[in-house]
Ligand binder design. Structure first.
Ligand code: FES
Length: 167
């Protein structure tokens, strides 16, 4: 594991502590940075919390907001907190699953999309809200979701254009 990742794990653990009860928060926090956790990170967490590696791995695998696999080329994160949900998040959720073709928590077989949820990203006033990579999209409706996704169609045919996404 590179030094930066190790340092990151240690910083998060020093914030939450080494009790077993802190495990989910630690995993969740670290997962938010890269979108997934590496096997090395999980092993280090197990070591620091003095837990069996298998326990840490099964907890990480259990929660849909934590990924133990690399993500797709583009990562969609739909806010699942109550204000966004109340503003029509359920319809947006269903549209995304239908249009992307995989359930939340999964990556498309071609590796183009990962569909994830997130907690509040502070844009509740324009909910429902999703992020695609680093780009925030608000006031979502099923129609608007389809329009946004259409912007990403065909991008593999030309050069690999960056749509404001994270790296
Ligand atoms: S509740 Fe969705 S952005 Fe705040």
């Amino acid at each position: 594991m590179n030094k930066q990742l190790r340092q990151q794990v240690d910083e998060v653990i020093s914030h939450y502590g080494t009790d077993r009860e802190a495990l989910v928060e630690i995993l969740r926090d670290l997962n938010q940075d890269a979108g997934f956790l590496t096997r090395e990170q999980l092993d280090l967490i197990a070591q620091r919390l003095d837990l069996p590696q298998s326990d840490v791995f099964s907890v990480a695998s259990f929660y849909s907001m934590i990924s133990v696999e690399p993500l797709g080329q583009h990562v969609i994160r739909l806010c699942e907190d109550a204000p966004c949900h109340a503003a029509g998040g359920r319809e947006v959720w269903e549209t995304l699953e239908k249009e992307i073709g995989v359930p939340f928590g999964a990556t498309t077989p071609d590796g183009k999309w990962s569909l994830l949820t997130t907690s509040c990203i502070g844009a509740c006033a324009v909910g429902p809200v999703m992020m695609i990579d680093d780009e925030i999209y608000g006031n979502l409706t099923p129609e608007k979701v389809r329009e946004i996704l259409a912007q990403y169609e065909g991008e593999d045919e030309g050069d690999d254009e960056d749509n404001g996404g994270a790296e």
